[in-house]
Write a protein that binds this ligand. Structure first.
Ligand code: FAD
Length: 388
């Protein structure tokens, strides 16, 4: 069979690209090894899909080539996606900080994309295992179910996280096969784990959450952190994890709005126990465990001003060295990917291999938490869809 465009990967970016290319009258086939389309869309946002963010810009993305995302983001905005939802009668709402979610279910978004594909004439071929890709004049894609010839080939196979949702390293291997560079890959938006000697401390606090400010490698996020059996999770931890490399420290201000040393000084002569004072500002279970670990002797008047200063500094700058992350099995995305310096920011086409396009999470554009990754998938898919 011959098509104008073959897209490998029926996820967010691949489906958007198929719709746009189909609208232009191109014949499009979308191949996916999975039995259903959009598995990650379905899982996103806890089943409600945080599909975009009203405040979106290139600075919300990590990349070795930070300006690359500008062009695609300018041509496909959050308003463009919500217009599509309104056309299909899908209700959504803003949760906080511009994050938009479906009111009912992310399933509605997947169904909308399938309908749009059908209208634009794009053909979905699921359960298609790709065996080989070669290029002469055209791309020849060999699958277990036959061969396809295509003028344009779009690789939209996503990142490495959540193998259970269909992720493979196929896209990176294909990039390498055609001589494109892939920047270093790491799990991102991922919980931290800690060395064995800290495990009992974290396990004892499992389920406790608090609002803190986290710093790592000159990036800073404020938000909820959650103690887990293995370490730390929660939105602020996931955010900072994208900036963390093995061996780095993470510095946590546990009381970003309170000058705790001033409060210590005011209560210094009293018989108040330190953990009692702290528990007015932090969860009781955490205050107790933190004091047991770092300030075991109890009453405020047992401490000198210097010791209280040091303890206050610790509360405002708790330095932790994660031993690692929870890995691709728990990461929302993969940081790094196909080097964008080798792609056109307008079309997503490889500069070395005419007709070969890379879109979505697969390329070295990694969004922060809050709808940015799906938006990048829509925007890059849209951009390529205008040219393939
Ligand atoms: C649990 C979870 C929750 C998330 N929540 C959000 C959220 O709320 N908001 C947000 O913005 N982002 C979220 N993300 C990230 C977001 O889902 C992804 O960044 C986005 O789906 C990437 O789109 P994509 O098209 O690049 O890849 P994907 O949507 O991952 O699609 C890739 C497709 O390629 C197929 N494929 C892979 N390998 C092969 C192969 N060898 N042969 C054939 N087909 C193949 C896969 O089956 C899949 O259908 C979440 C991710 C996870 C894992």
């Amino acid at each position: 069979m011959t098509t104008d465009v073959t897209i490998i990967g029926a996820g967010a970016s691949g489906l958007m690209c198929a719709i746009e290319a189909g609208k232009r009258g191109r014949s499009v086939a979308v191949l996916d090894h999975a039995a259903r389309v959009g598995a990650k869309i379905l899982a996103s946002g806890g089943g409600r899909c945080n599909f975009t963010n009203l405040r979106i810009g290139p600075s919300d993305y990590l990349s070795e080539n930070p300006h690359f995302s500008k062009s695609a983001l300018a041509r496909f905005t959050p308003g463009d996606f919500t217009a599509l939802l309104r056309k299909h009668g899908i209700a959504y709402y803003e949760k906080e900080q511009g994050r938009l979610f479906c009111i009912k279910s992310s399933r509605l978004i997947v169904e909308m994309l399938e309908r749009e594909c059908a209208v634009s004439g794009a053909e979905l071929r699921l359960n298609s295992r790709i065996l080989r890709i070669t290029k002469k004049d055209h791309f020849l894609i060999t699958t277990e179910r036959g061969e396809l010839k295509a003028e344009s080939l779009v690789i939209a196979t996503g990142g490495l996280s959540f193998r259970s949702l269909g992720a493979t390293g196929f896209g990176y291997r294909t990039a390498s096969q055609f001589g494109l560079r892939v920047t270093p890959l790491n799990p991102a938006l991922v919980p931290f784990i800690f060395p064995a000697e800290d495990t009992s401390f974290f396990r004892g606090l499992s389920g406790v959450s608090l609002v803190a400010s986290l710093r790592c490698n000159r990036s800073c996020f404020r938000g909820e952190i959650l103690f887990t059996h293995q370490g730390l999770s929660g939105p602020a931890v996931l955010q900072i994890s994208s900036y963390w490399d093995k061996g780095d420290e993470v510095v946590i201000d546990l009381l970003p709005d309170t000058d705790i040393f001033e409060l210590f000084k005011l209560a210094m002569l009293s018989k108040t126990e330190i953990h009692t004072l702290l528990s007015r500002h932090l969860p009781r279970r955490f205050s107790r465990a933190f004091c047991d670990r770092y300030a075991p002797s109890g009453h405020l008047h047992d401490y000198s001003q210097k010791e209280l200063r040091e303890f206050a500094d610790l509360l405002h700058g708790w330095r932790l060295k994660p031993s690692g992350t929870a890995g691709y099995e728990k990461a929302e995305v993969t940081r790094g990917g196909v080097d964008t310096r080798e792609l056109s920011s307008k079309t997503m086409e490889s500069m070395k291999v005419p007709g070969l396009y890379f879109i979505g999470e697969l390329i070295d554009v990694t969004g922060q938490l809050g709808g940015y990754n799906l938006h990048w998938a829509w925007a890059s898919g849209y951009a390529a869809g205008q040219y393939v």
